[in-house]
Design a protein around this ligand. Structure first.
Ligand SMILES: [Ca+2]
Ligand SMILES: [Ca+2]
Ligand SMILES: [Ca+2]
Ligand SMILES: [Ca+2]
Length: 612
């Protein structure tokens, strides 16, 4: 399904609520008639009539009640500290079935030195398209210079806990089950005290049922002796003075904390040989790339090789990034890796990887070759050339049109405001990318050799996707429980952007939430396989990926025209395998380890409630 075929809905959502309610009402009627897919035909007809391109995503930030302005140093970004802020998470902190939002704030050199706090903001999802700022009573009183966030239920009590990374001080907050959190950093032993944490992610690497924690550390800096702006070879970009680093500065060694299961963690960094070279860590993701049942770890490093830690299933890791083909670019040079994500974009049953890089360098699309190695297909897939001038940060696979083929969203934005107005062909603020996976079209054309091609459709979709931002975190979530994947991107210069999926013609969908019993409660690391129309789709359960981000952990599958999922298999980290199905399309199920389906979220499919 090419974008041209989906053209036709020229509705502009200037007035969010009436338009949204009309849209939801219309989709309810169509869903009731079993004909959500009918919309596709209508859109195609409209396309023939020459209607304008649709806005695929609509900026609803203000209408939704998100009123937050990120603080991250001054406008000139005189220090590298001022260039990497903007962590964000989508998670359901109160277990009401709706994804809430957490936004991490940064600081300024003056405020940080003076001890002035910039606590994070917690927005509760009101189920009606709006959010309420619950920060004040949340107890998320982080005071420092915040960067990223990781979400996971580290104590397996059924409530999501929060880890916030910061400059020389990160913090773990335990969820008290009543909308409040308690700082348990000291007891847990995960302060990461003298390091500058960026991205972090929870994953159970030793399959003991307790989530362990990886924290990427970027640069070791003394805030009282910061390198001087523009002073020296590592403080120049194409001959103009900019903030210094990361080259020329000392790298921060990442940390891996093993969860002891009693509220404490043990730092196993040295014992397990993690980040021995202290590279400039930015992106973190747990995945099982060789499907041996033990979670591997991929870390994107700035200005140094990216690292892939293969889990030997005996409690240790071997770093295999170079051998596996994910340490360098396709032509073998070091890159400035920023954000990473994984999904099976070509549906061959193995998890692939996307990674963003600096300007004048392509993003990577590492195809999993099933033998422990990857091939960078970015160029062939149509991603390399488009992405080359841009500086990418957050990256997320999503199936925004529910056609069953994972698409890719990338947040772009430079680190040096000084590039603006120069003749380098790069800007400070840049538009994000939405890469549409064209495999459905290729399949229809019976030309399977062209599978795995992407087309950038954000630029011409108009509206929010064609605007420029200094993008950092990027996450996906079904914020309105409609069976659509929405987006949230943070912006170093200003407000985050909540992007509501308004794709005019979407396919059917299916969503799986995992609840571990023997395995970790979140089910992170579980593999979900569904069989639809004779083909099997593969996904892994995770929340942490992209850049400084945590996404909706519920596994979302687009189904295209299929009205039924024939089989569902969940392979848990414990080794338990639960087999279910068939199930009807357009529902979310909750699968409990060992029990199968324990809940069907059909009633939440199309919520219409009066705005309060
Ligand atoms: Ca909630
Ligand atoms: Ca918990
Ligand atoms: Ca563990
Ligand atoms: Ca798609």
């Amino acid at each position: 399904m090419s974008n041209e075929k989906r053209v036709g809905d020229s509705v502009r959502m200037n007035n969010f609520f009436p338009a949204v309610f009309l849209r939801v009402a219309a989709s309810l009627l169509l869903a009731a008639a079993g004909g959500g897919w009918v919309l596709r035909g209508a859109a195609q007809m409209a396309a023939k009539n020459g209607a304008a391109n649709p806005q695929l995503f609509v900026d609803v930030t203000r209408a939704a009640g998100i009123d937050f302005h990120l603080t991250c140093g001054g406008p000139e970004k005189l220090s590298i500290l001022e260039t990497q802020c903007g962590g964000a998470a989508a998670f359901d902190y109160d277990n009401d079935g709706w994804m809430d939002i957490l936004l991490v704030d940064g600081s300024t050199l003056e405020d940080y030195r003076a001890g002035k706090c910039h606590p994070p903001r917690l927005y509760h999802n009101n189920h009606d398209g709006t959010f309420t700022d619950e920060s004040a009573k949340s107890g998320l009183n982080f005071c420092g210079w915040g960067y990223g966030v990781a979400i996971g239920d580290f104590d397996n009590d059924g409530w999501e806990d929060v880890y916030i990374t910061g400059f020389h001080g990160s913090a773990l907050y335990h969820n008290n089950h009543d909308g409040t959190f308690t700082d348990v950093t000291a007891k847990a032993g995960v302060a990461n005290a003298d390091s500058w944490g960026t991205s972090a992610a929870f994953g159970d690497y030793d399959n003991d049922g307790n989530l362990d924690l990886y924290v990427a550390n970027y640069v070791d800096l003394d805030i009282n002796h910061l390198p001087k702006f523009g002073d020296g070879p590592f403080c120049q970009y194409r001959g103009i003075p900019v903030n210094c680093g990361p080259r020329g500065l000392k790298g921060g060694r990442d940390r891996l904390y093993h969860n002891n299961g009693d509220g404490t963690f043990t730092d196993v960094t040295e014992k397990l040989g993690i980040d021995t070279e202290s590279y400039y860590g930015l992106g973190v993701m747990w995945l099982d790339y060789d499907k041996d049942g033990c979670l591997d770890l991929y870390v994107a490093n700035d200005s140094s090789p990216s690292l892939l830690y293969h889990n030997n299933c005996k409690g240790g890791f071997t770093e295999v990034g170079a051998e596996a083909g994910v340490a360098y670019s396709a032509d073998g040079h070091e890159q400035a890796g920023m954000g990473i994500d994984s999904a099976d974009y070509d549906r061959d049953g193995w998890p692939d990887i996307v990674k963003t890089n600096f300007s004048d360098d392509s993003d990577n699309l590492y195809h999993n070759d099933h033998n422990g190695e990857f091939t960078d297909e970015a160029g062939a897939a149509g991603i390399g050339g488009v992405s080359s001038p841009y500086l990418g940060f957050g990256a997320k696979f999503l199936d925004y049109d529910n056609d069953g083929w994972p698409d890719i969203f990338i947040a772009n934005g430079h680190v040096d405001p000084q590039v603006e107005g120069q003749s380098f062909g790069v800007g400070y603020a840049e538009r994000p990318f939405l890469f549409h996976n064209l495999s459905a079209d290729k399949l229809l054309a019976a030309d399977r050799s062209k599978m795995g091609k992407f087309e950038e459709v954000g630029g011409r979709s108009g509206g929010a996707l064609s605007k420029k931002y200094v993008g950092r975190a990027a996450l996906t979530a079904d914020f309105w429980n409609r069976g659509r994947q929405d987006l949230l991107m943070t912006n170093l210069e200003g407000s985050p952007v909540l992007l509501r999926n308004e794709v005019p013609a979407v396919g059917h969908w299916f969503r799986v939430k995992t609840v571990g019993t023997k395995s970790n409660r979140d089910g992170f690391g579980a593999k979900v396989e569904i069989t639809v129309d004779g083909s099997t789709r593969y996904a892994e359960v995770r929340a942490g990926s992209s850049f400084e981000s945590s996404s909706d952990p519920r596994v979302h599958f687009g189904l295209g025209a299929a009205m039924r999922v024939d089989a569902i298999v969940v392979r848990w980290p414990s080794g338990q395998v639960d087999k279910m199905g068939p199930e009807a399309a357009d529902e979310g199920i909750v699968v409990r380890e060992g029990s199968g389906i324990v809940q069907r979220d059909i009633e939440k499919r199309s919520p219409i409630r009066k705005k309060r």
